[in-house]
Ligand binder design. Sequence first.
Ligand SMILES: Nc1ncnc2c1ncn2[C@@H]1O[C@H](COP(=O)(O)OP(=O)(O)OP(=O)(O)O)[C@@H](O)[C@H]1O
Ligand SMILES: [Mg+2]
Length: 382
Amino acid sequence: MPVANDERVAEGFLHVNGLCKEYGDVRAVSDVSFALEPGTFFALLGPSGCGKTTLLKLLAGFETPSAGEIHLGGDVITHVPAFRRPLNTVFQHYALFPHMDVTKNVGYALRQQRPRIAKSEIQSRVDEALLMVRLDHLGRRRPWELSGGQQQRVALARALVAQPSVLLLDEPLSALDAKLRVDMQTELKSLQTRLGISFVFVTHDQGEALSMADRIAVMRAGEIVQDSTPQELYDLPVDSWVAGFIGTMNFVPGTVTGASGGLTQITTDAGRFSGIPTTSDLTPGRSAQLALRPERLCLSTPGSGDTATAECTASGVIESFSFHGDQVDCTVRTRTLGAVRVRIPLAGAAHEINLQPGTAVDVGWHPKDARIVPTWNSASRP
Ligand SMILES: Nc1ncnc2c1ncn2[C@@H]1O[C@H](COP(=O)(O)OP(=O)(O)OP(=O)(O)O)[C@@H](O)[C@H]1O
Ligand SMILES: [Mg+2]
């Protein structure tokens, strides 16, 4: 972890060390540490109640930590009041002032500042912020005369007008409908890239985090359990909980029975599988899961030879399937692996298979496409 109280530390370099927040018996944030280079899109991802908002409030200065430190640009800001921190927050419920037009809403915080900022400067900063969010033509409208997406952009402009070095966003898109949400994801990402400031973006939507973030911190019960790039997180989840939380995963429980050349062997009720990459240091005897992504599996009609190149196969029967335009998701009931979800593109081999419940199929896969992840259960730490 880089040292932050260094004169050469860039403005906007955010460094959090051992941050904790307790509410009575509840440990909402537990020993959280990370360092963000300026210009990073950092997603905080986790289920409801895992401490995302609390962590954001600690960064913003709306809550005082029970322990730990926050450094920004080399300064310790742990106990600096919220209004003096060069951070700004966009909340889920952005509560615009209904009696003020867009321009007044965006300039509100600047008008409150003491010593006073000149009117002309406020005007030019508001204009600049509205231009950034492409609302420069709607400055005279009241909030109720705007669409949901436009209101969200006013809230963004209101946060950006203060020229923060880090922007904190708490589920800012959750009030928007699905189509608008996707448009705003693209817009937010390109805005962040243009501004070159860090965004700390809270979401419980893993698709949103995977598509937008440079780095994702997955939170569970107040702790960051994995902090990596979206690709790493998807490909090498640290345990079975993270593997199941990010995307869809098939699990076969077993025990680690050996390792060689960086690859691991697992023994399950369905047999022994070798040559599989693992995401953690797993010693023999450890309870683990064979983890298979649905899109890494192939499907064939028994005897057709289509899965002949797959090193591992399991025969079964299609239990159900759903159509998604360019691909289908099938649940196959296999004798050895149990129910397995398989995702196949509609082009290619899928044409040859009668994709109906009751059809006998073979599921095939390669050990290098599987992962072995340590089993996590609520009794595990953390
Ligand atoms: N002011 C408070 N007093 C007591 N407990 C609190 C307080 N604020 C949060 N908590 C508790 O801290 C934990 C974390 O809450 P937090 O709001 O940070 O979760 P979250 O990850 O943002 O959840 P969500 O996705 O539902 O918004 C929860 O157990 C919550 O009940
Ligand atoms: Mg929250």
